[in-house]
Design a protein around this ligand. Sequence first.
Ligand code: CMX
Length: 136
Amino acid sequence: MKIKRIAHLGVAVKDLESAMNFFTDSLPLEVTHTEEFQGMKIAFIPIGDSSVELLQDVSGASAVKKFVEKNGEGVHHIAYEVDNIYEAVAELKAKGIKLIDETPRQGAHGMSVAFMHPKATHGILMELVQPSSEPH
Ligand code: CMX
């Protein structure tokens, strides 16, 4: 497996609008993409080769809802871009790493994604992403 870069840091927020305003008004950054995905409102803010991904629950049942209730706002996950997500997932499985997604699936921003379980990664929710969703 080749990990190319930190693709993004996922940050769980209570109010996406207010968080976006902080990043664009108080910091010299821009929101380049927003979408609604799996019960969350999401905004991407590029910083160099990486991005901050802001995530606000809107459905009352998304992955960030429980996180914010338990921990408040804050860093939710770290995403690594890999060159071949199918090979990466197979390699992690072979090493016995507990995965949330045993098969890569469609994630936000049109990426192929697979999450590792935070209990297998020293408490950090880690996501593998690959921009192309084509199987290899
Ligand atoms: N980072 C670190 N640990 C986390 C965590 C996170 N983001 N979310 C949950 N945990 C920990 C909890 O603290 C808890 O630990 P304890 O048992 O020690 O208390 C344990 O994992 C179980 O957590 P939970 O609150 O009971 O929540 P669930 O098990 O129902 O769900 C998780 C947790 C990670 C399996 C689920 O959120 C998930 O499947 N996440 C993957 C999808 C996702 O996060 N999508 C949002 C991002 C969208 C994108 O970028 O594509």
